[in-house]
Design a protein around this ligand. Structure first.
Ligand code: ASP
Length: 319
């Protein structure tokens, strides 16, 4: 069995730790959780976990999901505020509740019940970015403290709907994906993100939605997404790619079909979607709706992860 880890471009440190764990006999499920935790703890990654990009209110809201290819068990949390390591909470949802997805206050309650300490996920850099963004837009800075209270969200004078469009800028995207194949031939997948920057409070993207941003089935393969999450939600991208594998397509064909689904959505200028995929025999690939994107992979005979090009519908492989 070719032990394999596949990740989005920002997953290097997590991928190396995951590979080490699986080389020592660890499971794919433990490997993808560990890998996400490393990226979540890294304040230098501005799109995942601690130090993630704030929403319109200046708060960091985290999304994550995990899936076990052996059983199709899955767990997820969405719009988690004030607690770290959403991937571990997602795993606890999977293992300790009858549910798949807990959102907002429910996810925070579970974190507290599990003894997790509250921890502000905002770094000074994140707060500064948010304040600069608001200042750039000539927002009355005096109104900012009021924006932070729940009451003002519900009744405040500021109409956040007008500003939700700010979250559509693609300079503030970022998510980490990990797909793993362990020495027992089991697949697992994990996704963690702070979502698109400046999002409307409570906005949930593809990352915590099983089937949209994450899907994994030992029999056919695993897939996960990064990019403008609304696209993967509408096209059920991760599940679709795995379903195309189930229907007998090659990995390249399945990826191309998932890209065609996304193409049909007529996405707005600059909105893109990336996919990584891994089959039960260790074949891997990355796909993208805009050319020039890469992903990372490492197999057991490699010293470290390397970058590979993602295929787009304009790639030679698809002609
Ligand atoms: N897919 C994530 C989301 O929409 C963001 C990203 O991958 O950049 O929340």
């Amino acid at each position: 069995m070719t032990i394999t880890i596949v990740s989005s471009e920002n997953g290097r440190s997590g991928a190396m730790a995951a590979m080490q764990l699986m080389r020592e006999g660890g499971s794919a499920l433990d490997a993808v959780e560990l890998a996400c935790r490393i990226v979540e703890a890294d304040p230098a990654d501005h799109s995942v976990g601690y130090g993630g990009i704030p929403n319109l209110l200046g708060e960091v809201e985290l999304d994550a999901s995990i899936m076990d290819g052996r059983t199709l068990a899955a767990g997820a949390v969405a719009a988690l505020h004030g607690y770290g390591h959403p991937i571990t909470l997602a795993r606890r949802v999977m293992e300790e509740t009858p549910h798949v997805l807990l959102a907002g206050r429910g996810a925070e309650r579970l974190a507290a019940e599990l003894g997790q300490r509250e921890a502000d996920q905002r770094t000074d850099a994140a707060i500064q970015r948010w304040e600069e963004r608001f200042a750039q837009r000539n927002v009355d800075r005096g109104a900012m403290p009021a924006l932070r209270t729940a009451a003002s969200v519900m009744t405040g004078p500021l109409n956040l709907r007008d500003r939700a469009a700010w979250g559509e800028r693609i300079d503030t995207l970022g998510t980490v994906n990990f797909l793993a194949l362990d020495g027992q031939g089991n697949l697992a997948s994990a996704v963690s993100t702070s979502g698109i920057g400046w999002k409307y409070p409570g906005r949930v993207g593809d990352s915590p939605l099983i089937g949209a941003g994450n899907y994994c089935d030992n029999r056919y393969g695993a897939a996960a997404c990064t990019g403008m999450g609304e696209l993967a939600v509408r096209a059920a991208t991760a599940r679709s790619l795995v379903l195309y594998l189930k229907l007998g397509m090659s990995l390249a064909q399945a990826g191309a079909e998932a890209l065609r689904d996304l193409d049909f959505l007529d996405a707005r200028e600059g909105h893109y979607m990336n996919i990584v995929a891994l089959t039960p025999d260790g074949e891997h690939a990355g796909f993208t709706t805009i050319p020039g994107k890469q992903y990372l992979y490492q197999q057991s005979d490699m010293k470290e992860p390397i970058l590979a090009d993602r295929q787009s519908l304009t790639s030679d492989t698809f002609r």
